[in-house]
Structure formats: C-alpha cells, structure tokens
Design a protein around this ligand. Sequence first.
Ligand SMILES: Cc1cc2nc3c(=O)[nH]c(=O)nc-3n(C[C@H](O)[C@H](O)[C@H](O)COP(=O)(O)OP(=O)(O)OC[C@H]3O[C@@H](n4cnc5c(N)ncnc54)[C@H](O)[C@@H]3O)c2cc1C
Length: 396
Amino acid sequence: MHNRRAVVVGAGVAGLASAIVLSKLGWRVALLERRERLRGDNLGMLLWVSGVRALRALGIDATLDAGGTPVNRFELRAEERVEGSFTSAVLGADDGTPSVMVHHAVLYETLVSHLGRDVEVYPATQVSRIDLVDLAAGDATRRWDADLVIAADGIDSPTREVVAKGAPTVDAGVVAFRATIPAHRAPERDSDAVEMYGPDRRRFGYGDLGQAGACWWATVPGGMRPESPQIQHELINRWFADWPSPVGKYIAATRPSELTQQAVRFVWPMPSSLHYSDGNHGVVLMGDAAHGVAPILAQGGSLALEDAVTLGWALRRSPESIPDALHAYERARLARIRRVARLSRRAHVIASGGPGVTRGLLRAVPDTWLSNRATSLSDWQPPRLSSAHADSGRRG
Ligand SMILES: Cc1cc2nc3c(=O)[nH]c(=O)nc-3n(C[C@H](O)[C@H](O)[C@H](O)COP(=O)(O)OP(=O)(O)OC[C@H]3O[C@@H](n4cnc5c(N)ncnc54)[C@H](O)[C@@H]3O)c2cc1C
C-alpha cells in the first residue's frame, strides 16, 4: 500500500479529514485547493457528538485540541418561551462525550496541523478535470495521477453528476447570516445555545464559543443580498428589531466586517451511489460533494468527518482492492446519510411553515419524540475492523 497515490480535491473539513486518514494509512496525498490560503471561516458551528467521535478517531480531541465548548442544553424558543430543548441526555453520549460549539477557523487549523508529512498541499489550484480513463485530476496546466481521487469539493461538486446522476441542489428559499463576536464584546451568556422561531420563516440562534467569544446565525426568506456588509447589518437590525432579548444585543455587538452571508441549499434527492471504480482505481464523493444536507440540524460538518473516518476503515478492511474498499464505504454510508438528509429536509420544511406551524408541532410532539429523532442523528460510531479483516490488513 505504501506507494498508493490519492488526490483530494478541496480542502474543506471533508478534504482535510480525508487527507489525514490517507496519510496515516501510508498513502501519498496531493491536496488541491482552489483558494489561495488554507484558512477556516470566522464562524461558529455545532458539532454533534457523532462529529466529536469522528474527530477522536482522527486523533483530535474536540474540546482540548479544537477549542470546542460543550453544549449541555440547546433550547428551541418561540417568542420568549422555551418550546422544547435538547439537553445533554440527547446532545451527549452515555460515555460522557458532549456535542460542542466550535469556531470553524480553530477546527480548521487543528485539522491542518494534523496533516501528515506525505500530504503535499497545492493551494490556488482550481481542479477543472478528472480523467477517469487514466485516473488523474488536473487544473488548466497541471495533472496529478492517482489510484484514488477524493471529490471533497463541496455542494457544487461536478463529480456528483458523474458518479451518480440525478442528485441536484435545491434552493432552500432562505439566506443565512452568521457572525462570531470576540469574548470582550459578547453579550452576557444566558444559555449554551438557543434557536428562536419568528414570523416569515425567520430564525435566529446564538451559542457560546468559550474563549473564542460567541456566535450567532440567522435566516431570512429570499436569496443572497447584494448590499455592502454595512447595509446588510442595518437590514438585519431592522428585520429582527422587535425580537426578544438578547437578539438585538448580539446584532449590536457585531461589526459589519464580522458578518458572513451564505446561500442555503441542499442536495435532494440523495445520490444513489458515492463512488466510481474501474480496474484497481476509483473516485469517491465525500462531505457536501456527496450529500450537502439542509443545514438546519447542523449535521454537515459531522457527516464530512464521519465520511473520512469510514473511508479509512474501508481502505484498511480491503487493503488490496480499491473497488472493494469503495463498495464497503458506500454500503456503510448510504443508509446513514439518507436518514440524516431526510430528517434535515423535514426539519427545514417544518421551519419553513412559519412560527405557528413550528410552535404547534413543537408543542404537539412529545419530548421523547424529539429525543429519539435527535438520538438517531448522533448515534454514529466509528466502524471497527472485524478480527479477520484486522489480520488481513496487517498482512497487506
Ligand atoms: C448556514 C449554514 C450553517 C451551517 N451550520 C453548520 C453547523 O452548525 N454544524 C455543522 O456541522 N455543519 C454546518 N453547516 C454545514 C457545513 O458547513 C458543511 O456541511 C461542511 O462545511 C462541508 O464541508 P466540505 O469539506 O464537504 O465542503 P466545503 O466546506 O464546501 O469545502 C469544499 C472545498 O473545496 C474547494 N473547492 C471547490 N471546488 C474546487 C475545485 N474545483 N478545485 C479545488 N478546490 C475546490 C472549496 O474552496 C472548499 O475549500 C452549515 C452550513 C450552512 C450553509
């Protein structure tokens, strides 16, 4: 296995985690990223316990290494009332592993610092072709031959259409604004994390990032706004002017330059396949390139990490055969990503029904129903090799 070459397209969470996994298995890895610098975003994100477990399988502690803050309670509110909450019983695991809020840039840096020496990073490299006959990926002028190409190039990945036709992206009909506020300016903390539902499909959430400060996120109906950050900040102020405290405090504490605007889209239906193989080489989809789920349940980052860990398991299980490994990866992932995608899409549709629908449903469903759904999101465990496969892996 020592001379196997992998090309990873895209250095997001999925691409970095895949490069870490492959280099640990002794592969030579070329990591191709179109951006000029490898750098995370100034955003907070919730990493569910499954993502925390996947990070641990990569040798990274979400709290100690990536600066994550445990979330023991995540409240869902309409007006000032708490309509439901996910508590540590659901957000965490029996073994004490918590879900965490992490600063994306800190998580990103941690992943970069875990890249092995055999990973060659090529920033400012926009991959424009993947040659399936003599497997390789290339930009306008260069070409990287490979035994395995990992398409981790995000939700707009052209490779998804090649591997599995008929898995388009759907516009969610809302746009998201997110910001991170440094600790010295952050409003006083009233909960680990909160999400509020208001009129017109508007949502506002906030969370504690510990030493990294606090973060908030908001969605409003419509598409991407063309205005300057200054005007966007004023608009957000207006859209959420009559919302209960502390919404206004979070917006007021934010500088326009700290705002990030993001389109909200998701892949639907899910791809029927996650890989292509021929001879003893192949192409595999990872992260948003494979499944880009609706972000309302904050699952995308965790799924991307789970994908990478599962690919590592599959390659250890079938060290001699890339096609066998990719089949095993696909078998292990498809049911899970379909379930998470279905739940995420359903939650998006419910939240799109307006506050009356959301509030009514939150009141109507028993806590146990919410808990069961949330548990089914977080119950993923890194796959383990059977003793027979572990032995053959050692021989291989
Ligand atoms: C509003 C919103 C809120 C979210 N909140 C959360 C949350 O709280 N928790 C959570 O877990 N997830 C959340 N997500 C989802 C999460 O951000 C994504 O699922 C995750 O970042 C996917 O990582 P990825 O590596 O697959 O893709 P990306 O992060 O999109 O990375 C793809 C990389 O590929 C590069 N690339 C693209 N094309 C090329 C090319 N041709 N050549 C070379 N490089 C290329 C890109 O520059 C990029 O670096 C949220 C998403 C949104 C939109």
